[in-house]
Design a protein around this ligand. Structure first.
Ligand code: GSH
Length: 232
C-alpha cells in the first residue's frame, strides 16, 4: 500500500525522521524517501515546510505534512484499517501517551542539544543529571502504561514507544561521548529492557540508527558547533 503517493523527506540521523519511518513500517505502507542535507536544504523541503524548514516532511498525494508526531497521528488516521493502531483506543490512554511524548521531546531533545553544544564539563554534567531524572520519571510512566507487558502500548508498539524510542541511539551516543552511564539497569531496569525489545522489533530494527555511525556523526556535529563563529 502507498508507494508512489508517499514520500518522506528525512535524514538517517534524525530522531524525528525515524518516527515517521517506524509508523509507516507498522502500517505496512510502502514509501520512497529522500535524504536531506541540513547544510543545503532542497527546494522541495523549503517549499514543503516553509514555516520551520525542518525534516521530517511526509508528502502524501502531493500534500506535505510537518512535525513528526503530527505525521505519526496522520498515518494512524489515514491508514486506520492497515496494520495495528498507533494511538491507544482508550481516550485517557491516548492523552497519557501524548503527555509523555511531549515531555520526552521537550526534555530529552533539549538535554541532547545542550550536551552536544556544551562548552564546559559543568554544563554536560547538569544536562546528564537532568536526562537521568527524566528517564526515571519515564520508568514510572512505563510501569503504569505497559501494565506488565513489553511496551508502553502493552503487547504492541504504540505512540509513546515511537516517540521515546527515537532518542535511544542518541542516548547511547551521549554515553560514549561523555563516558557517563545513563541507561543504568539498577535505576531504570524496565526502560533498559524496553529499549532492547524496542530496538529489536521488526518494524524498528532497520530504521534504528547504528550507534557507531551515529557517534561519528555526533563528533562531526560537535566539531562544527565548536568552530562555528559566535552568533551576532
Ligand atoms: N519538532 C520537530 C523537530 C524536527 C527537527 O528538529 N528536525 C531537525 C533535524 S533532527 C531539522 O530539520 N533541523 C534543521 C534546522 O533546524 O534548520 C518534529 O518533531 O518534527
Amino acid at each position: 500500500m502507498g508507494g508512489e503517493d508517499v514520500k518522506l523527506l528525512g535524514l538517517w540521523a534524525s530522531p524525528f525522521s525515524m518516527r515517521v519511518s517506524i509508523a509507516l513500517n507498522l502500517k505496512g505502507i510502502k514509501y520512497t524517501s529522500s535524504e536531506e542535507s541540513l547544510e543545503a536544504k532542497s527546494e522541495l523541503l523549503l517549499k514543503s515546510n516553509p514555516v520551520y524548514k525542518k525534516i521530517p516532511v511526509l508528502i502524501h498525494k502531493d500534500r506535505p505534512l510537518c512535525e513528526s508526531l503530527i505525521i505519526v497521528q496522520y498515518i494512524d488516521d489515514v491508514w486506520a484499517a492497515s496494520g495495528q493502531s498507533i494511538l491507544p483506543a482508550d481516550p485517557y490512554d491516548r492523552a497519557i501517551h501524548r503527555f509523555w511524548a511531549k515531555y520526552a521531546d521537550e526534555q530529552i531533545f533539549a538535554s541532547l542539544g545542550v550536551i552536544l553544544c556544551a562548552k564546559t564539563e559543568e554544563e554536560i554534567a547538569a544536562a546528564i543529571s537532568q536526562m537521568k531524572t527524566v528517564l526515571e520519571q519515564l520508568e514510572e510512566a512505563f510501569e503504569k502504561c505497559s501494565k506488565g507487558k513489553s511496551f508502553f502500548g502493552g503487547d504492541s508498539i504504540q505512540y509513546l514507544d515511537i516517540a521515546l524510542g527515537s532518542f535511544w541511539s542518541w542516548i547511547k551516543v551521549i554515553e560514549l561521548l561523555t563516558g557517563s552511564k545513563i541507561l543504568e539497569k539498577k535505576k531504570i531496569p524496565l526502560l533498559v529492557r524496553w529499549g532492547d525489545k524496542y530496538c529489536a522489533h521488526d518494524a524498528v530494527k532497520d530504521s534504528m540508527q547504528d550507534v557507531e555511525k551515529l557517534l561519528e556523526y555526533a563528533k562531526r556535529l560537535q566539531a562544527f558547533v565548536k568552530n562555528a563563529p559566535p552568533a551576532q
